[in-house]
Design a binder for this molecule. Structure first.
Ligand SMILES: *[C@@H]1O[C@H](CO)[C@@H](O)[C@H](O)[C@H]1NC(C)=O
Length: 209
């Protein structure tokens, strides 16, 4: 008689150990790991951790790309940590562009709210998928693939993008190549561009060497 009772009791114990957490709000005081941020103590969590108010304001597009990305990733929006979702706002002035970039950590869905965008990505097979998007159109960009958005209309464009990750990451190809101290001869050897063009782009994007 005692054995089944112990057995049932041990099942209850093990299932309570296996119970999933409701959330894991990012503890930004600790470093980010590949699995995301550590969880803030539940007693310290408040509703403000689950609300982000920064996406109502247009980003500053007074820059070389004439565009601004305002992220609401786990670092800015601790409540999404561990949930596999996040958002960002995309503002593009006339002639603005988000140059070829990748989000290593997640796929993207883009919704055009205002204006006209020319957007595209290139697959691993080097096939190009490109489309002009109007207000209300959405487009997906599969995880890790290089993609871009250009304001191809005559007015300011606004889009919101969501990701299948709380920390999708953002790596912009032109910045990888021309906004750091990677030596010009290494860039020339790996891209087949000529040195004069590389130095010009380093000058425009703040790179050295
Ligand atoms: C936008 O950025 C530019 C360049 O950094 C700066 O001069 C300008 O003051 C900024 N505008 C606003 C409204 O913050």
């Amino acid at each position: 008689m005692i054995t089944p009772i112990i057995f049932i009791f041990s099942l209850l114990l093990s299932s309570s150990h296996a119970a999933v957490q409701d959330f894991c709000v990012a503890d930004l005081s600790l470093p980010e790991s590949p699995a995301g941020y550590a969880c803030k103590k539940p007693a310290a969590v408040t509703v403000t951790d689950f609300v982000f108010s920064g996406l109502g304001i247009a980003g500053n597009t007074s820059n070389i790309i004439k565009a601004a990305v305002t992220p609401a990733f786990a670092t800015q929006f601790p409540g999404v940590n561990g949930l596999g979702i996040s958002l960002a706002r995309l503002d593009l002035a006339v002639g603005g562009v988000v140059p070829f970039h990748t989000h290593p950590g997640g796929s993207e869905v883009l919704l055009v709210v205002q204006g006209t965008l020319c957007a595209g990505f290139v697959s691993s097979a080097n096939t190009v998928y490109i489309k002009t998007l109007k207000k209300g159109d959405i487009m997906v960009f599969p995880q890790g693939l290089l993609h871009f958005q250009i304001n191809s209309g005559g007015s300011q464009a606004l889009a919101f993008v969501s990701f299948s990750s709380a920390t999708p990451g953002l790596q912009i190809l032109d910045y990888v190549l021309f906004a750091n101290n990677l030596p010009t001869e290494v860039i020339a050897a790996t891209t087949f561009l000529d040195a004069a063009q590389i130095k010009k782009l380093k000058g425009a994007l703040g790179g050295t060497g």
